[in-house]
Design a protein around this ligand. Structure first.
Ligand code: SF4
Length: 282
């Protein structure tokens, strides 16, 4: 399928193509590919399912290779719900989430998963954090309205870049879809869903960040107060990709916790060719 649109691909078209690769209808239950399940430290502890497949291609994505190859095994919604609830109950976690890919792709899988989590409310009464890039929710507000039926869902929209141009540089997608992400925030709030915004500021300019904050504040001032600031994490595969493309973050984190400025980043890139070829993916 040709997903190109002007300068960049169309993430809506890409969503449809990816959905076919990562989901399958099994007698009415929509199974989706996952490449793992694990308890994680995020939000003070969360049960996490790693779903395969995304409608963006962020240059700093730690799961880009897995998503491109559509790795993983199919899991039915009921099985995913059981795993998340089991993990959360065992570890005393309040939160469950999907990571690794975009959870709104194969939306019927997501809705069936939420239905099952709802049925397990007598075992686990926690919160499902919908970590999303917002593209599909911004494109069609009916999705936000549908999600609002699940009172235990909180949304966290991860905005890519602080302007159309930065969005395009990071994702390679057609730049107007930057606005679709902002629209998602509005659609979610309009539907009554508690919503937060996260921004990876490593490629944002001071001016574009300021404009984005202003724009978010016009939707809801609380968005700015609760906003999460993130930095690119230089996992080996991510660093290699950024060096190859000549894209230097002004600030990044070299795991576990080393802060890297632009100058240090270029140093790391110069060291890159001497590194062992055996370094794995993130
Ligand atoms: S939206 Fe998230 S999962 Fe998708 S490519 Fe970007 S960082 Fe990766």
């Amino acid at each position: 399928m040709d997903t190109k649109l002007g300068a960049g691909y169309n993430p809506i078209e890409l969503s449809k193509a990816v959905e076919k690769l990562v989901s399958v209808d099994v007698g009415g239950a929509v199974a989706r590919k996952y490449f793992g399940f694990a308890p994680t430290r995020f939000y003070g502890g969360s049960a996490t399912g790693y779903a395969t497949g995304c409608n963006l291609r962020c240059v700093y994505c730690w799961s880009l290779a897995r998503n491109a190859r559509a790795v993983g095994d199919y899991h039915k919604p009921v099985d995913v719900a059981r795993k998340l609830v089991g993990m959360a109950s065992q570890n005393g976690y309040r939160f469950a989430r999907l990571s690794g890919g975009e959870p709104t792709i194969a939306v019927e899988h997501l809705l069936q998963l939420l239905d099952h989590l709802n049925m397990f409310r007598d075992i686990w009464r926690g919160v499902f954090i919908l970590e999303t890039n917002g593209i599909l929710i911004g494109y069609d507000k009916r999705l936000a309205e549908t999600l609002s039926r699940y009172r235990f869902v909180v949304a966290r929209v991860s905005i890519k870049g602080c302007s159309e141009e930065e969005f395009h540089t990071i994702t390679g997608a057609e730049k107007s879809f930057f606005n679709t992400q902002i629209q998602a925030v509005k659609n979610l709030l309009d539907s009554g869903i508690e919503t937060r915004v996260a921004i990876t500021i490593s490629f944002c300019k001071k001016e574009t960040l300021a404009k984005l904050l202003e724009r978010l504040a016009t939707i809801d001032a609380k968005l700015v107060d609760s906003m999460e600031i993130e930095y690119v994490k230089l996992y080996p595969a991510v660093q290699k990709r950024l060096c190859k493309k000549g894209l230097a973050p002004w600030i990044a984190i070299k795991p576990p916790d080393k802060i890297v400025d632009q100058e240090k980043f270029y140093e790391l890139c110069r060291e890159e060719p001497q590194r062992s070829h055996s370094e794995g993916n993130s």
